[in-house]
Ligand binder design. Structure first.
Ligand code: NAG
Ligand code: NAG
Ligand code: NAG
Ligand code: NAG
Ligand code: NAG
Ligand code: NAG
Ligand code: NAG
Length: 360
C-alpha cells in the first residue's frame, strides 16, 4: 500500500476513534468539544447566540436542584449582554448547589466561564452576593450591585477526572443564581502555569489598541474574552498582516494585529491596577509582536519594569511574530508596570495584549 494512502486511512481511523470519544452517545459536549448552557431554559430546549452562533442547551441535564426564572422584562430588553441572560436558575434551598460537567478527559485543560445577571428575577430588588467554587476550590465571589449588573467568572483549570463541578455557595447575602455556564477545551501545551494543583482565575484580559470592543469565538477558537483596552495617553497601531501565534498562549492573530504605543521614546507605556488584598498573586502575561514595517535605520527594544526594583526584562519584538513575557507579582494592593524604550531604541515601546490572571 502506498505510504500516502496508508497515512490517509490511518488518519481516518484516528478521526473516527476521536470522533467517538468526543461525541459519544451520551456526551454532554457539542461537535467543537464545548459545553454551552443557557441556565433556566425549559428542559430539552436550546437557544442560539447571535454573535457566536453557538447553540446553548438547557441546564436540565447538568443539575437536579434549583428553580428556573425569567428576568424582569425591563432588564431583558436593555440589550445589556447576551440573550442567554433572559433565563436563570436560582437556588433558594441548600448551602451548596453544584452543576456537573461530564464527558471530560482527565489530564486535559479547560476554560470554564459562568455569567450572572440578576435582572430582578424574584421581584425583590436585592442583587445577591455569593461564592463560586470549582469542586472544593474557591473560585470567585459574585457581588452584584444592581439588577442590570452583569458579571462573569472565568477559570483555566486542569481536570483531574472526567468531570468538573461548578458550585454556588450561599453566604446568607441573598439567593445564589446563575445565568450562563460555558466550558471550552484547551490544548494541554497551553498555559504551562496550570497543572493539577494550580488554576488561573481571570482578572483582566485586554486587547490593546483594539479595533473591536470584544474578541471571542470564533476569532479565538478557545473562546477567551479579549476586551478593548486603550488608554487616552496611548496611540494605536495596527497591521493587516497575519501575526504568527505563539505555541504557549496561542494568542489570536486578530488580537496581535493591533497594539498600543506611545508618542516618543521618552514616553513609557504605563499600566496600573489594584488587587483585592495583599495575598492575591497575579501572573502578568504580556503579548508582544512587531506589527510596523520598520525601516532598517530604526530599532525597537524596551525594558519591562515593575515596582520590584530587581525586576527588569529587556525585550525586542520580532517581526509579525507573537512573543510573550510573563512574571509574577504579589504582596500589594496597588500595582504598576512600565514599558520603557532603552537608550539604543529609536522607537517607543509597544504592547499588543495583556492578560493578568490570579493564581489559585
Ligand atoms: C427531554 O428529553 C428526554 C430524552 O429524549 C426525555 O426523556 C424527557 O422526557 C424530555 N423532557 C422534557 C421535559 O421534554
Ligand atoms: C503546579 O505549579 C505550581 C506553581 O508553578 C507548583 O508549585 C506545583 O508544584 C505544581 N504542581 C504540580 C502537581 O506539578
Ligand atoms: C477602544 O477604547 C478606546 C478608549 O476607551 C476608545 O476610544 C475606542 O473607540 C475603543 N475602540 C473600540 C473598537 O471599541
Ligand atoms: C527626549 O528626551 C531627550 C533628553 O531629555 C531630549 O533631548 C529629546 O528632545 C526628547 N525627545 C522627545 C521626542 O521629546
Ligand atoms: C510612567 O511611569 C514612569 C515611572 O513612574 C513615570 O516617570 C512617567 O512619567 C510615566 N509616564 C506616563 C506617560 O505616564
Ligand atoms: C484575599 O483574597 C483572596 C482571594 O480573593 C481570599 O481568598 C482571601 O481570603 C483574602 N484574604 C483576606 C485577608 O481578605
Ligand atoms: C516583516 O515580515 C514581512 C512578511 O514576511 C516582510 O514583508 C517585511 O519586510 C518584514 N519587515 C521587516 C522590518 O523585517
Amino acid at each position: 500500500m502506498p505510504l500516502r494512502k496508508m497515512l490517509d486511512e490511518f488518519s481516518c481511523l484516528v478521526i473516527l476513534v476521536l470522533g467517538i470519544a468526543i461525541t459519544g452517545v451520551n456526551s454532554q459536549l457539542d461537535s467543537l468539544g464545548f459545553i454551552s448552557i443557557d441556565c433556566g431554559l425549559p428542559a430539552n430546549s436550546t437557544s442560539v447566540d447571535d454573535d457566536t452562533k453557538l447553540t446553548y442547551v438547557s441546564d436540565d441535564q447538568f443539575i437536579d436542584t434549583g428553580v428556573n426564572y425569567k428576568i424582569a422584562s425591563k432588564y431583558a430588553s436593555t440589550g445589556n449582554g447576551p440573550e442567554q441572560y433572559g433565563t436563570l436558575r436560582s437556588f433558594p434551598s441548600g448551602k451548596r448547589n453544584c452543576y456537573t460537567l461530564r464527558s471530560l478527559s482527565a489530564g486535559s485543560k479547560y476554560l470554564v466561564r459562568a455569567k450572572f445577571m440578576y435582572g430582578n428575577f424574584d421581584n425583590l430588588y436585592k442583587p445577591p452576593t455569593f461564592d463560586l467554587y470549582l469542586g472544593l476550590n474557591y473560585w470567585y465571589t459574585v457581588n452584584l450591585n444592581s439588577p442590570d449588573d452583569a458579571r462573569f467568572a472565568e477559570i483555566i483549570t486542569l481536570a483531574t477526572s472526567d468531570y468538573l463541578q461548578v458550585c454556588l455557595v450561599n453566604k446568607d447575602l441573598g439567593t445564589p443564581f446563575i445565568s450562563v455556564l460555558e466550558l471550552r477545551p484547551l490544548e494541554t501545551t497551553l498555559y504551562r502555569d496550570v497543572n493539577s494543583t494550580q488554576s488561573l482565575v481571570h482578572f483582566f484580559r485586554g486587547n490593546t489598541g483594539a479595533s473591536d470592543q470584544l474578541i471571542r469565538y470564533p476569532n479565538d477558537p478557545y473562546d477567551r474574552f479579549w476586551r478593548n483596552y486603550t488608554l487616552d495617553t496611548w496611540s494605536s497601531i495596527s497591521t493587516n498582516s497575519i501575526v504568527q501565534p505563539d505555541p504557549d498562549y496561542a494568542t489570536p492573530s486578530i488580537v496581535m494585529q493591533t497594539a498600543a504605543t506611545t508618542s516618543s521614546t521618552n514616553q513609557s507605556l504605563n499600566i496600573s491596577w489594584t488587587g483585592d488584598n495583599e495575598s492575591v498573586e497575579f501572573l502578568i502575561i504580556l503579548h508582544i509582536g512587531e506589527i510596523q514595517d520598520i525601516p532598517r535605520t530604526d530599532y525597537r527594544e524596551f525594558d519591562i519594569l515593575s515596582q520590584d526594583p530587581l525586576f527588569k526584562y529587556l525585550y525586542a519584538p520580532s517581526n509579525l511574530t507573537s512573543g510573550w513575557v510573563r512574571y509574577r507579582d504579589t504582596g500589594r494592593t496597588a500595582y504598576y508596570m512600565s514599558l520603557k524604550a532603552t537608550s539604543k531604541s529609536t522607537l517607543p515601546p509597544i504592547l499588543n495584549a495583556i492578560d493578568r490572571p490570579v493564581k489559585r
